[in-house]
Every structure is written in C-alpha cells, then in structure tokens.
Design a protein around this ligand. Structure first.
Ligand SMILES: Cc1cc2nc3c(=O)[nH]c(=O)nc-3n(C[C@H](O)[C@H](O)[C@H](O)COP(=O)(O)OP(=O)(O)OC[C@H]3O[C@@H](n4cnc5c(N)ncnc54)[C@H](O)[C@@H]3O)c2cc1C
Length: 395
C-alpha cells in the first residue's frame, strides 16, 4: 500500500489527507497543536474552491453547510457604488461557510485510513536521493512514499527545500468575527448584510451565514465580517481593538457599525497579513522513488483580498489526488509542480494588484485612488472572478 505523511492539519492538510486515504493510501497526518482546531471564523469559497471540494468527493458535505453569497456590489465609505450589484447565475456565486462546519466536514472525510498524530512539531525533512522522503520531530522519523507539506505560511519543510521563498508582511492586518445568529443585529428590511466597502487603506466585508439550521443540519449560522486596515496588528486587548475599529469605520454605510457593536470581544480574531515573496521555485521535489510536495499556504500564502487562499489549497489537493491516480511517483510530483505553479502565480499576481489598490493611503493618494477605484476595481474584480471561474479539476 502506498504511504503518505501530511504535515499540518489545516484546511489544506485535512483535504489532501482525506483524498489520499479515499484513494487507498495509508496516511499519517502530523499536527503540532495538541488538537486539530478550526478558527472560529468563516471562509468564502469561490466556484473554483467549490469545484475542487466536489472533485474531492466532499460536495454533499459542503452543500449541507454552505450559504450562497449574493452579489451585493462594492461601495465606497460614502455609499457611492464602485461596482453595482449584478444578477449573477448561482453557479458563478461564491458561498460562505463557517470554518468549524467546514472542519467537521473535512474530518468526516478522513475515514479510518488516516492516522492522526497531534502534538508533533516537524523540524526536519529528509530529501536525499536514493532514500524515501521523511520528516522528523527530533524524536521520531516519519518515512513515506510521499510527504505533503501543508504546514502553512511558516512551513518548515518549505524553508528547507525552497529557502528562496521569503515570508514578508503584506502591510495590513485583518480582524474577523462571526456574530452568532442569536446575537446578530436585526437589520433594516432590504438592507443587504453582504457586500464589500472599500476606503483608503480600509476594507469591510460582511456575509450572512443564515439562521442556525437554515442552510443545513450542522450550520452554525450567524453573520461573518472581516475588516482589513493598512498597518500592523494592534497590541491592545480585543475590547480596545473593537473600539478602534468602530472609530476607524465610523460613518461607513450600514450595517458596519451595527455589526462591530454586536461583536463580542471574545469572538474577535486579529491577524497580521503575510505572504510569500518570491514564491518557491518549485512545488514538487522528486526524492528517491517518491517525493515531497508543497500545498496550500506553505506553497503560496497570499493576502486574503480575493478570498482565494483556501480555494487554491483545495485545488492543490484535488490536482494532487487526480495526478496520483493516473501516474506513478515521482512523475506525479513533477506534474503537480507543472500544473500548480503557474496557476498559483496567476492568482498571486491578481491579489497583489488588488493589494496595491487597497493599501493606498494619504489625502492626495485618496483622491487619486477614489478616481482610480471606479475604473480599476470593476476590472480587477472582473479578472478575479475570471480567475475563480477558470480552474477545472483534472479529468
Ligand atoms: C484574514 C483572512 C481571511 C481569509 N479569507 C479567506 C477566504 O474568504 N477564502 C479563502 O479561500 N481563503 C481565505 N483565507 C486564506 C485561508 O485561510 C488560507 O489560505 C488557508 O486556511 C490555508 O490553509 P493551510 O492548510 O494551507 O494552512 P494553515 O491553515 O496555516 O494550516 C497549517 C497547519 O500546519 C500546522 N503546522 C505548522 N507547522 C507545523 C509543523 N512544523 N509541524 C506540524 N504541524 C505544523 C499548523 O498548526 C496548522 O494546523 C483567509 C486568510 C486570512 C488571513
């Protein structure tokens, strides 16, 4: 039986571990945390991410927990439309999913061929020719035909195999929360909860997860919001961070202030946004009779402006699983690199363009940017939607 070691139990690691196990591989999943724990936030999945999950046979689980996100357009903080809402066919709409629901669906997909080992921090990787690849935590060596590095932005495996890829700050921080359905503010009738608002260096996105149970038996429901602001994360306690957010976003269109006011500081998740620059020179490393691949944020961490990080991780998993079904190792590892690197590079390019528009600050820049936003944003978002539409799972 073919064997794989997956390093990291995030969305990418769980997705690929389950896919390999369902194809008959014996999988060991190594996670440094003492248990596999999802973030208490939500994630937007574009049609490419949804397609990838379907290709991974997780479509039914996803349908039970996903809420479609209608096109609510993009506004400026003064309420002017940058992009008007459009009637979009439902298959081109993204969905929003509570990360805890998605995590449960991915865990359910692991089956009994995945050995889950938590509290294991991988520190070394062996990629010497002639030997099977292996990783180690200083006490044990885990050897397999295939090692999948899904250990996130600070990937230890990537640092050893592709040291040229550096982790840098994207120059902004993000705050997110899910307001549970029973505490969600009752919004004015007809007021869209979803949609995006762009200001100079600031962005606010909100999406409804529906009422509990309305979109599936396990759906937790509620309202998800994400705010990004140029600059560094704040050292203050969450109560003060929320107060700051209310000051920064004062006067923005409803329901921004209602959502911030209804957020329990204990539910606030703050994060510095970081990315890989440059990207690794390869995502696949043939080693002896097997190989090592990079997947998810370990391969292509990027700012969340187009909501594509997890979608690409699922694309990676679906591509790898398909290639391993049709070719042998280490050919599949080479084919994985050929297929995934140009794709990730294209999405990262679009994301960086969006970063440049979003992070312009200052009075003059603001005026110039407001003028530019009206023309650039629809174009960028149009090409971002095309990026999402383009990908198809390998046959
Ligand atoms: C603010 C924000 C909003 C986002 N919104 C979206 C969105 O709407 N849509 C979207 O598609 N994407 C979004 N993303 C991106 C998405 O969250 C990530 O791309 C995705 O979660 C990456 O998953 P991963 O499994 O590759 O990495 P991670 O989630 O980082 O998982 C890595 C795992 O590896 C473990 N690990 C790390 N090092 C080791 C080690 N040495 N040994 C063992 N285990 C280790 C970690 O503990 C962790 O469990 C967003 C990101 C941010 C920051």
């Amino acid at each position: 039986m073919r064997t794989a070691v997956v390093v990291g139990g995030g969305l990418g690691g769980l997705a690929v571990a389950g896919a390999l196990a369902r194809s008959g591989w014996q999988v060991t999943l190594l996670e440094r945390a003492d248990r596999i724990r999802p973030e208490p936030t939500a994630v937007v999945l574009w049609p490419n991410g949804v397609r990838a999950l379907r290709a991974l046979d997780l479509g039914a689980g996803l349908d039970a927990i996903a809420t479609p996100l209608p096109d609510c357009g993009v506004r400026r903080p003064d309420g002017h439309w940058l992009v008007q809402p459009r009637q979009t066919p439902v298959e081109r709409l993204p969905v929003v999913v509570h990360r805890e629901d998605l995590h449960d669906a991915l865990i359910a997909g692991l089956g009994d061929r995945v050995e889950l080992r938590t509290g294991v921090t991988v520190r070394t990787v062996r990629a010497a020719s002639g030997l099977r690849p292996a990783v180690g935590d200083g006490r044990h060596t885990f050897e397999a035909d295939l090692v999948v590095a899904a250990d996130g932005t600070d990937s230890v495996v990537r640092r050893q195999l592709a040291p040229e890829a550096g982790v840098v700050s994207s120059g902004c921080a993000a705050w997110r929360a899910v307001i549970p359905w029973y505490r969600a503010p009752s919004l004015t009738a007809g007021e869209p909860v979803g949609g995006e608002i762009l200001g100079a260096g600031y962005r606010f996105v909100a999406a409804s997860l529906g009422e509990r149970g309305s979109s599936g038996a396990s759906s937790r429901g509620g309202i998800y919001w994400m705010a990004t602001a140029a600059g560094a994360p704040r050292p203050e306690p969450p109560e003060t961070q929320l107060a700051l957010l209310r000051r920064w976003y004062a006067g923005w269109p409803a329901p921004v202030d209602e959502l911030l006011a209804a957020t329990d500081p204990a539910d606030l998740v703050q994060q510095e946004i970081r990315e890989l620059r440059p990207l690794p020179r390869s995502y696949g490393f043939p080693v002896g009779p097997g190989g090592v691949v990079l997947l998810g944020d370990a391969a292509h961490a990027m700012p969340p402006h187009l909501g594509q990080g997890a979608c690409l991780a699922f694309e990676d998993a679906a591509t790898l699983a398909a290639l391993l079904r049709e070719s042998r190792l280490p050919d599949a590892v080479v084919a994985y690199d050929r297929s995934r690197r140009p794709r990730a590079a294209a999405v990262v390019r679009q994301t960086r363009r969006m970063s440049a528009v979003l992070q312009t600050r200052g009075r003059l820049a603001l005026r110039a940017r407001d003028a530019a936003l009206g023309t650039i944003t629809p174009r960028l978002l149009g090409s971002a939607a095309a990026v999402a539409a383009q990908w198809r799972p390998p046959a």
